[in-house]
Design a protein around this ligand. Structure first.
Ligand code: NOJ
Length: 571
């Protein structure tokens, strides 16, 4: 059965029986841990250095688990930590069964898993199997001869296919998707950089090996995987045409295998696709991958942030609303890559560029912006707080990236996406408390308004008015509002282009959450049938309000937001 999420201009839903002590039957979807989890993404190498070598490590992360717990994190998503030459920051794996010795040992990893579990948190990890590093022993073997043991684990062509210079994921940086192997004089296929040869999933051995990798990491205590580059894994690479056929049965197979090993393990897919494709990824009845990042909504949201025009974002929410009961969206603002605006129209993208990334050095791959959120929003704490209040109240599970909770900046001197991967800023001492070494392996942001002396965790830790303080409060509130991740969402007509009002209904509980995207105060009247129902304000200063005559009047300051619960403060 589909999750019913109805978006209407005007709604005539009666308030649920809030206030009565009727116990609704519990629904199966409550059992899925990922439906309402707060996910925090980090790279071990830039999080905390424990041994003074200038690079973050597993033991450093262990030291900071209490910080993550305090913030309210449920799930830590670890960026790749396996042995790798590091040419794509770990997304070029050279050994799927190891730990990069620069980050720690298998023993350290086991300790990390213990410490995470002890605190009631979980870990998911990147699973990068579309491609390996060209340094991986499989590829090293594959390129020795056309009859080599691992030759058919990769995709080869005797001649360069006609459209070989199309379909690059990193246009501008990457020139082709077929590169000549000089030993065997054949071309190998790579959707990404040329040092990342694609694995051949038409070969059953590759699928078997993938299952071994999944089984191995589940055994190490992992709760799920962020599956990298999903649309490229499932493409059938005949001769690498630009628009290849996709084989979705792979997703069902991988899901089934994963669950056969660990019933509640989840797969979170990286697939930036059109809404009509979603059903193929989630499966009609949720038999595909459980979660996907909502890239489609994300880019339209940034259009709304940039212009105040909410129309396209509301439409994107509507178009991505129908998902199976057991499925869930992962919402995010910024991630470790460029913000991908490829699905906006040229004129929409131009407007986002103008407002949030006007210099060409801020833009990347002809489609995105390589900045962190705080600089994109002019470091305006009202805008940032509103953005996070929204993130934590959109239908789905929220994902934040390390340092965003502090409003960290970017370093545009670093190449491509490294600009948003600078070391975590813990305090105001040398190298931001990230490392005791004289210099960090990647520069810490040390000057200007985002320099570590101004922006750091210690400075914000006890200050409720800081971004960290505000985001922590939002997260705590989100955890007390299960309606968001589990309920039916309805966009309410607000009568204002730049005010978004969403109502959530779940298990006799209702929320109304309102956000003002404008830099001007707004007064809106929402159509919410239920005269006389009291709405309790869930955030500090705003007052409780009463719905009068089927209309709710809400006054919002510039970039203001309100979370209300109907009928009762605490259900
Ligand atoms: C997607 C990841 O998010 C990105 O960082 C990486 O470069 C590519 N996949 C290739 O693995």
């Amino acid at each position: 059965m589909k999750r019913t999420v109805i978006y209407l201009l005007l709604t005539f839903l009666p308030w649920p029986a809030t206030g009565q002590d009727k116990v609704a039957p519990r629904k199966i979807k409550e059992n899925f841990w990922y439906k309402n989890s707060i996910i925090y993404n980090l790279e071990i190498g830039v999080f905390k250095d424990s041994d003074g070598d200038g690079r973050g490590d597993i033991n450093g992360l262990i030291q900071k688990l209490d910080y993550l717990k305090m913030l309210g994190v449920d799930v830590i998503w670890l960026a790749p930590f396996q042995p790798s030459p590091g040419a794509d920051d770990g997304y070029d794996v050279a050994d799927y069964y190891g730990i990069d010795p620069k980050l720690g040992t298998p023993g350290d990893f086991a300790e990390l898993m213990h410490q995470v579990k002890k605190r009631g948190m979980r870990v998911i990890m990147d699973l990068v199997i579309n491609h390996t590093s060209d340094q991986h022993p499989w590829f090293q073997n594959a390129r020795t001869s056309k009859t080599a043991r691992y030759r058919d684990w990769y995709v080869w062509s005797p001649a360069k296919p006609r459209d070989g210079n199309k379909g690059m994921v990193f246009p501008g940086v990457q020139k082709t998707v077929w590169t000549l192997d000089t030993t065997t004089r054949e071309y190998y296929y790579h959707r990404f950089y040329k040092f990342q040869p694609d694995l051949n999933f038409m070969n059953p051995e590759v699928m078997q090996e993938t299952q071994r990798i999944i089984g191995y990491w589940l055994n190490q205590g992992i709760s799920g995987f962020r599956l990298d580059a999903v649309p490229f894994i499932i493409e059938v690479p005949k001769t690498g045409s630009e628009k290849p056929k996709l084989d979705f049965s792979f997703l069902n197979d991988i899901r089934q295998f994963t669950q056969s090993r660990q019933a509640d393990a989840a797969i979170l897919g990286e697939a930036n696709v059109e809404p009509k494709e979603n059903v193929n990824y989630f499966g009609k009845n949720g038999e595909g991958i459980q979660m996907m990042f909502n890239f489609f909504a994300n880019q339209h949201l940034f259009y709304a942030f940039a212009t105040g025009d909410l129309g396209p974002f509301k439409k994107a929410m509507e178009e991505t609303s129908q998902i199976p009961q057991s499925s869930q969206w992962a919402n995010f603002l910024r991630n470790h890559d460029e913000i991908d605006l490829g699905r906006l129209t040229d004129s929409q993208r131009r407007k986002v560029y103008e407002a949030m990334g006007p210099d060409t050095n801020m833009q990347l791959y002809d489609r995105g912006i390589r900045r962190r959120l705080a600089p994109m929003m002019g470091n305006d704490i009202r805008r940032l707080e509103m953005a996070y209040s929204l993130l934590f109240s959109l239908p789905g599970a929220p994902v934040i990236r390390y340092g965003e909770e502090l409003g960290m900046g970017d370093d545009l001197r670093l190449k491509e996406r490294l600009s948003v991967r600078t070391p975590m800023q813990w305090n105001g001492t040398k190298n931001a408390g990230f490392t005791d070494a004289d210099s960090a392996f990647r520069p810490v942001i040390s000057t200007g308004e985002y320099g570590f002396e101004k922006v750091n965790a210690e400075r914000q830790w006890r200050d409720e008015s800081s971004l960290l303080g505000r985001i922590t409060a939002i997260i705590q509130m989100r955890k007390a509002c299960p309606e968001v991740g589990l309920g039916d969402a309805t966009i309410l007509e607000s009568g204002s282009d730049d005010v978004l009002a969403i109502r959530y209904d779940y298990q006799n509980q209702s929320l109304i959450i309102v956000h003002n995207f404008s830099e001007q105060p707004r007064k809106v009247t929402l159509a919410v049938p239920g005269a006389g129902v009291k709405l309790y304000s869930l955030f500090g200063s705003a007052a409780d309000v009463e719905v009068g005559n089927d209309r709710l009047a809400v006054q919002l300051p510039a970039y203001g937001f309100r979370w209300y619960r109907a009928g009762r403060l605490i259900p």
